[in-house]
Design a protein around this ligand. Structure first.
Ligand code: MG
Length: 328
């Protein structure tokens, strides 16, 4: 019998990356999609716990106008109070040049921008046309690069769109290539509504690589809405993709399917990667303990399977009085 306290039994599969970057989006993408408003001090503590669990690639907040996303209206306060450990990244999403200025003023040294593969999502979520969103991102990338700030670029709706349905592979690949040419260090293909399956994932990655985005600069942001996220990660691993987004506890519901699951849970991703013998640098028990800590504070059950399984087995490393100690 496997001792789950030690993690999954490790059986490597040949041909997969030996090391994967797990890019944590819980504090930003996760919390922006949840309906409750979390106190800034809890967000700062969440980031501290994530870094302590081994996270080195963390998106901490978003400098969108506060009226757009009230959940992240405290971006400047959070960014100014999060201590990014040496060698780690603390990234902030910025929607435009004004957001970049605010982020830099708060001490942020790495930014992320979002564009859309579809016209409908650009209009609904980015408040502009698809083309203008790309132009705006290119302006931000140029300004950030001039200040020595790296930029990560998301292409939302890369696998399907709630209004338009199937998305043209060529448009996704071309949009990703434009972000890459503009200077994005990493281009992230987002399955914003979780409709990808392994064959579709494989095809979109291949088309994007063919358009000039090297696999080492490509990441996937997958949602588990239909329970396909880990299967899609595995398909991408087989192609050589070595960076995946995830949110601790599966934070972030699907904004287009009420009640449905959104972001892939970090614990679930890390459990599979470790089972494949892939190094992530992350402590899955500390992640699960972080999920339990936040669930208690919010009074919301997290959708992570691994966090639930470890909690049921009584082996997620939470200290009995840690919440009380922290609140004091
Ligand atoms: Mg997401």
């Amino acid at each position: 019998m496997t001792d789950v306290a030690q993690g999954p039994r490790v059986v490597p599969e040949s041909g997969l990356p030996t090391r994967v970057t797990v890019y944590e989006v819980g504090p930003r993408d996760g919390l922006q999609a949840e309906t409750d408003i979390i106190p800034s001090a809890v967000k700062v503590e969440l980031c501290r716990r994530l870094y302590a669990a081994g996270v080195r690639d963390l998106e901490i907040t978003s400098f969108v106008p506060p009226t757009w996303i009230p959940q992240l209206a405290d971006a400047a306060d959070v960014a100014a109070n999060v201590t990014v450990p040496p060698g780690a990244r603390g990234v902030a999403l910025v929607p435009n040049l004004r957001g970049l200025e605010r982020a830099v003023a708060a001490g942020v040294r790495e930014a992320a921008v979002v564009v859309s593969a579809t016209e409908s999502f650009a209009q609904a979520n980015l408040n502009t046309t698809r083309e203008r969103a790309v132009e705006r991102a290119v302006e931000v990338i140029a300004a950030a690069s001039a200040s020595g700030i790296r930029v990560r670029g998301y292409v939302s709706m890369s696998f399907g769109d709630p209004w338009e349905g199937a998305v043209d592979f060529a448009v996704v690949a071309d949009t990703a290539a434009r972000l890459r040419q503009a200077g994005c260090r990493t281009v992230v293909l987002g399955d914003t509504i979780g409709v990808a399956t392994p064959g579709l994932t494989t095809r979109v990655v291949q088309e994007t690589r063919s358009a000039g985005v090297p696999l080492e600069d490509l990441a996937l942001h997958l949602h588990d809405t239909y329970g396909q996220a880990l299967a899609n990660v595995h398909a991408a691993l087989r192609l050589g993709v070595a960076e995946f987004d995830a949110a601790v506890g599966g934070l972030g519901r699907c904004p287009y399917a009420r009640g449905a699951t959104g972001n892939l849970a970090t614990e679930d991703l890390v459990w599979m990667l470790h089972g494949l013998g892939i190094d992530t640098g992350l402590d899955v028990r500390a992640l699960a303990a972080t999920t339990r800590w936040l669930s208690r504070i919010r009074g919301v059950r997290a959708p992570s399977n691994v966090a639930a399984a470890l909690a049921a087995a009584g082996i997620d490393a939470a200290e009995p009085h840690e919440q009380e100690a922290w609140l004091a």
